[in-house]
Design a protein around this ligand. Structure first.
Ligand SMILES: *Cc1c(COP(=O)(O)O)cnc(C)c1O
Length: 377
């Protein structure tokens, strides 16, 4: 059996075990300890954010971010539709109602036009959103100058879902630090991983402190167990944080490799009219987490044909995220599209394919994928 080529799998740097061993040797095998503190500090140093609270997942980070902004039962939260369901699920955990916002073609992220439409509607109904969750898809930032201008006009805070975009920038500023609260994920498929984990970051320390309080069962500062608020068991463990300490050291190396992968595809497909790599906007640097392409609508070859051809060679690829507003679970909620006649997010879903972007691939692996795809056209 040939080795499998993955979309994006964990890629250890070498120092992770050292920190895990340290945790064992000092018996910090608990949901707190020096690795957690150090990992939070290194995320702050890397991104330039003031404060961070390490958690069990990106999903729990979004959940606590919503709580920080006071999202409760019956509230409305605007949310990018083209994303993984983990962006939207916490809105439901809080008993709030998501309103889904379409993409723009330029960045694939939240469309300022669709966002304005949603605000116009909210204003008309006299019910403004408590927060807007903006996703940085596949490693690339949304167009924050435009999105922020709209949100500022209505005084609504932004949660930046930077689960996929750690290390990317927008006009020189790190992704995740642009909104009022940011979150990163360290799930196994992300650009760096802790096997599973996440972090909530903000320049407002009141938010990260409150998140830490909720994440550790909302224990009041008393000798006995005193609780005035609902608690959660969301804190990252010291073992897991040890992996993170090793991984943050190789983040720049991973981004460099991801970029090489994207550029190899871009170069190889430049003369094939029916394949177009996802646009890279000049407002920032992406981390190239996944290399994603779209196939021309009229092409005889469909994304599924490419996925099947790759699968035959034991190579993993995936469709683009299926938009939330057409998911059975979320379809009852409102959706605002960018264009009159077409949903851009649905169009990208129908035509998109995530190509293998694993940083453990060598030149031959990438050539093999390119050969399979180019031969089809
Ligand atoms: C992975 C991901 C999440 C969730 O992170 P977990 O750590 O898996 O909970 C949230 N949003 C987006 C866009 C993601 O890709």
């Amino acid at each position: 059996m040939e080795k499998r080529i993955y979309l994006s799998s964990p890629h250890m740097g070498g120092e992770e075990l050292k920190y895990i061993n340290e945790a064992f040797d000092t018996n910090w095998v608990a949901p707190l300890g020096p690795n957690v503190n150090s990992f939070e500090k290194s995320i702050c140093e890397y991104t330039g954010i003031k404060a961070a609270t390490a958690l069990v997942s990106g999903t729990s980070a979004i959940h606590l971010a919503l709580k920080c902004l006071g999202v409760e039962k019956g509230d409305i939260v605007f949310c990018s539709t083209l994303t993984f369901s983990a962006t939207a699920n916490p809105i439901i955990y809080q008993g709030a109602e998501p309103v889904f916002i379409d993409s723009e073609y330029k960045s694939w992220n939240m469309s300022p036009i669709a966002l304005q439409k949603a605000f116009d509607d909210a204003k008309k109904n006299n019910k403004m959103p408590k927060a807007v969750i903006v996703v940085n898809l596949y490693g690339q930032c949304a167009d924050y100058d435009k999105l922020k201008a709209i949100c500022n006009k209505y005084n609504v805070a932004i949660i930046e879902d930077a689960a996929e975009s750690l290390g990317a920038t927008y006009k020189g500023v790190q992704s995740g630090t642009i909104g009022d609260i940011g979150i990163y994920s360290f799930n196994g498929n992300k650009i760096i991983t802790t096997s599973g984990g996440g972090i909530m970051v903000s320049n407002n320390e009141e938010y990260t402190k409150k998140a830490l309080f909720w994440a550790t069962q909302s224990r009041e500062d008393k000798r006995h167990y005193e609780h005035k608020e609902l608690g959660f068991n969301y804190r990252m463990s010291n073992i897991v944080a040890g992996i993170g300490r090793g991984q943050i050291k190789v983040l720049d190396k991973r981004i460099k490799k991801k970029k090489e992968i994207y550029q190899a595809y871009k170069e190889a497909f430049k003369d094939i009219e029916d394949i177009k790599m996802m646009n890279i906007c000049d407002f920032g640097e992406t981390n190239y987490w996944l290399s994603v392409a779209t196939i021309n609508e009229n092409s005889k070859i469909k994304p599924i044909d490419i996925m099947l051809a790759l699968e035959k060679e034991n190579i993993e690829s995936r469709p683009v995220w299926k938009p939330m507003h057409i998911q059975p679970f979320f379809k009852e909620y409102k959706f605002f599209s960018s264009l009159e006649k077409e949903s851009i997010s649905e169009n990208l879903f129908n035509r998109g394919i995530c190509l293998p972007s694993d940083t453990k691939m060598d030149k031959e692996d990438i050539k093999k994928i390119i050969d399979i795809v180019t031969q089809m056209f």
